[in-house]
Design a protein around this ligand. Sequence first.
Ligand SMILES: [Zn+2]
Length: 407
Amino acid sequence: MKFLLVLIAFFSPLFLNAQGLDSLMLRKHMTYLASDELEGRGTGTLGEIRAANYIAAEMLSYGLKPAGDGHSFFQVFETKIAIESISHRLLGRNVIGFLDNGSPSTIVVGAHYDHLGKGFQGSSLSPNSQNMIHNGADDNASGTAGLLLLAKELASNHAKEQYNYLFIAFSGEELGLIGSKFYCEHPTIPLANTKAMINMDMIGRYRPEKGIIVSGYGTSPSWGELLPKATKSLNMKFTADSSGIGASDHTSFYLKEIPVLQFFTGTHSDYHKVSDNLAGINFPGEITVLRLIENVLLGLDQLPEAPQYTQAGNPHQASQNTSFKVTLGVMPDYSYSGKGLKIDAVTAQRPADKAGIVAGDVIVNLAGQDIGDIYDYMKVLGSHQKGDQVKAMILRNGKSSSVDITF
Ligand SMILES: [Zn+2]
């Protein structure tokens, strides 16, 4: 009996610690969130409301406190969208649950749960997409389910971390980060006490050979302390994009000068199409990604001080496997799924800018190497020195041309 008690005392924290990150539970959440029943979770639709109800019920069952409007889990916001060219006002809702550890400081963990609905709200890449359900399994039932698993894990680990955790499932993201912008203008926990924001957008298609893409790496020196160690312990590759500005809700927090990290398993040909379904999801892979995020959260908890905000520089200042002596000074468009590297933004007076490359251009060849995707691009960067002169082939409005680049 005594022996048994010792065993229980020894092992129970491990069991408790592991109970949240469960692959079966992940599948259950995603199967519902990405089901036709929810009709693609368009902002302001019945499907969005039913998804919100599901998320709130889960949060309640973990013992999270409602942290939306009044005493509810919901924070309602109004937005305007054009449907069939006519503008309408819609109400969307963020779902917010608070894990109160009695601390003055809070970390926000977020993921958007809205998607493209039935294709009337724009931004579908499928042909004839109107009245077709866009299930958005990877984008972003994956992040939403991840949010629930992490919430359950942190709520049940019987540890009192030095931070409180505010779990927010955002809506209106696909319409332009509307829900997260609204939250940052109407925070329910003061932003001054919000020390970091961790975001998950499209974490369902982990491929070990490609690793994980982490944006916001340059928004705090703490990320450089935590991420290389955390990825190494899980034997994961990672690509770091230093910028705090990107195509997801972490941007809204970065613009309020809060350190951010956004996790992403990479783009694919089903992005924003009706074919983004459960079939494409790597469930065990997502559990690995969630372990990584949990490691980062618990690592943050071990640091003696809250992460400092820093203004982030150019993308790709750091990577675990390649150290770059050169960059082009561009922000890649991670959502682009065609061949080549599409440029989202160009930093003034850096090599790409000086060569005449502009936002929207697609680099298809660099220094004689074909560029199929961002990884090819990074490989080429890794093999050059400052001062090297190379040619780049770019596509602009369907026309190709060659430019001279000096690194
Ligand atoms: Zn998304």
